[in-house]
Design a protein around this ligand. Sequence first.
Ligand code: FES
Ligand code: FES
Length: 165
Amino acid sequence: MATSSTTDRTTGEVRVNGQVRHLDLDSRVTLLDMLRDHLGLTGTKKGCDQGACGACTVRLDGRPVVSCLVLAAQCDGREVSTVEGLASGGRLHPLQDAFVRHDGFQCGFCTPGQLMSATALLEERPAPSADEIREAMSGNLCRCGAYPGIVAAIRDVAERNGNAR
Ligand code: FES
Ligand code: FES
């Protein structure tokens, strides 16, 4: 991504949910604001804007990151996955479906970030224990206290994949 010190702008390309997006942004724009304000992907939520709540979690090259602490300029040539990319062909992702069935959300504000952390967890660790799930999800705060449903949903998907333990 090119940066101009005279204009303080960065340009580059980011692949978002499999689609290449060309960017020309103020170099101070965060990944979170790029997604919401410049690409219109408002599924990713802004909670604290300080890295504390996890609501803004997306996956950057597969790894969960809090997008309010990442600059768009750091994403040049990289792959970003957001909640909008989970469903496909009109069908919910299995984790989205499990969150619904297990009442894993109430207000739903934290849910996109929870889903992105959970998809990353199950890819990295297909058979997580309840404690491992809680540990992996500890950066995602839910003010509604939907944690039991969230853990149950993640365990359900692991079990359906034949990976329960
Ligand atoms: S909005 Fe990014 S961690 Fe809270
Ligand atoms: S469902 Fe409301 S903050 Fe999590």
